[in-house]
Design a protein around this ligand. Structure first.
Ligand SMILES: Nc1ncnc2c1ncn2[C@@H]1O[C@H](COP(=O)(O)OP(=O)(O)O)[C@@H](O)[C@H]1O
Ligand SMILES: [Mg+2]
Length: 284
């Protein structure tokens, strides 16, 4: 078993266990690489990555190449390895073989999960995991803190850069009218946007989003599409989704995963018409 943690959803953070978001205390300054090198036109690069769980190849010679600012959609049947791929990129699971690079110079296999978050790779899990008892503002504020113990939080003050970033993020996630609302009272869609906002507070270069519109209303899904389109360019995004209407709206390039490797890749219309994709995923 080569995984470092169980796959699947993390428990929602609580005030007693609030360390899901970037905990920088693990990152030694020595290990901090200089600058992310994007000279080769890729922000993320996987080559021949494989991982087995008890002999079952969940990821099988997977190669993937994401350009800076790209919004890449990943689709594929349940069990195709989409979440495991995100586990590998974020350091939650170490592959048995293959290469995983952030830019052309940062070998992600040398870093652990909190370090990778600190390097600028943010991850949104399926379930919203905001602090229900805190306000929208407090959730965003908390996302900036490196020391998340309540006692430390009381003395934490945002500087003016951080304040303007918080306002900008609030506008981006369209929650500026809900600043003081308790997060627990938000709709499912709003909670998802708030969690994305918490990731944005960290200014990630690459964002991984696992089934972000699952359970959303059509209107929330539509607003999420707008949100993602507004994020691309500034950030690179990898979005895993089953909602094909949503994928069609946001997609540039779509990668279809099946049995742990790439089955097809290209424009939405191209992969939608692909016989192999129809066979294993879309159906007739
Ligand atoms: N930590 C793990 N231990 C054992 N099996 C796992 C683990 N993580 C994923 N798997 C298996 O790997 C396969 C791919 O799962 P997953 O990446 O969750 O697929 P997807 O997200 O595409 O639905 C599944 O068969 C799943 O049961
Ligand atoms: Mg999954």
């Amino acid at each position: 078993m080569s995984t470092t943690a169980q796959s699947g959803e993390l428990n929602a953070p609580t005030l007693n266990n609030p360390l899901k978001y970037n905990n920088t205390s693990h990152l030694s300054s020595l290990k901090r690489p200089s600058e992310l090198n994007l000279a080769h036109g890729r922000i993320l690069y996987l080559e021949d990555v494989s991982v087995s769980f008890d002999g079952f190849k969940a990821i099988n010679n997977l190669s993937l190449d994401i350009a800076p600012g790209e919004l890449r959609c990943i689709i594929g049947p349940n069990g195709a390895g989409k979440t495991t791929m995100m586990d590998i990129i974020t350091g939650k699971t170490k592959p048995d073989s293959g290469q995983v690079y952030f830019g052309s110079n940062i070998n992600l296999l040398e870093y652990n999960e909190p370090e990778i978050a600190q390097l600028g790779i943010g991850r949104k899990f399926q379930k919203p995991t905001v602090f229900e008892q805190l306000s929208v503002f407090e959730n965003l504020e908390l996302a900036l803190k490196t020391d998340k113990r309540v006692k430390a939080s009381v003395f934490f003050k945002l500087n003016s850069d951080q304040k303007s970033r918080l306002i900008e993020v609030l506008e981006t996630i369209k929650l500026e009218d809900s600043l003081n609302a308790q997060a627990g009272n938000l709709s499912h869609g709003q909670k998802q946007w708030l969690e994305i906002g918490m990731l944005l507070m960290q200014e990630p270069k690459l964002l991984l989003l696992d089934e972000p519109v699952a359970g959303m209303t059509d209107q929330e899904t539509h607003r999420t599409a707008e949100l993602f389109l507004s994020l691309k360019g500034k950030h690179s995004l990898i979005v895993v989704e089953h909602d094909m209407t949503f994928i069609k709206t946001i997609s540039e390039k779509v990668t279809v995963l099946s049995e742990g490797s790439v089955l097809a890749e290209g424009a939405f219309d191209q992969v939608q018409a692909d016989e192999k994709v129809i066979e294993v995923y879309l159906g007739r």
